[in-house]
Design a protein. Structure first.
Length: 108
């Protein structure tokens, strides 16, 4: 019972500290602060540039992820092939061991 009380108190303190800590905004390199622009055309252009930048970053990330996935798939296929070969080798060795253990008696 005492353990539950300590755990509850510790969890409560952790949650309070987590909620009380200020959360910092994450800056993204390459994005511009568009709210500083006063003219609507410049603000629109700034927002469009940010949108283009984010789309390019997303596309780059997608390509990188696809390359990693393809490499992982190729490695998995190679490992499956190797496992199948090792299983065949093991079956052959087990058969050879069984044959050596129980030699066939010659028939007369």
């Amino acid at each position: 019972m005492r353990y539950d009380t300590q755990l509850g108190a510790t969890t409560s303190i952790f949650v309070v500290l987590l909620l009380a800590s200020p959360s910092a905004a994450q800056d993204i390199r390459g994005l511009e602060v568009c709210t500083a622009e006063k003219q609507m055309e410049r603000r629109t252009s700034c927002l469009q540039a940010n949108t283009d930048f984010l789309q390019q970053a997303l596309e780059r990330s997608r390509r990188d992820t696809q390359k990693k996935q393809a490499a992982a798939d190729a490695e998995i296929a190679a490992l499956k092939t190797r496992i199948a070969k090792l299983e065949d080798d093991l079956a052959g060795l087990m058969k050879a061991a069984a044959d050596a253990k129980n030699p066939a008696t010659p028939k007369k």
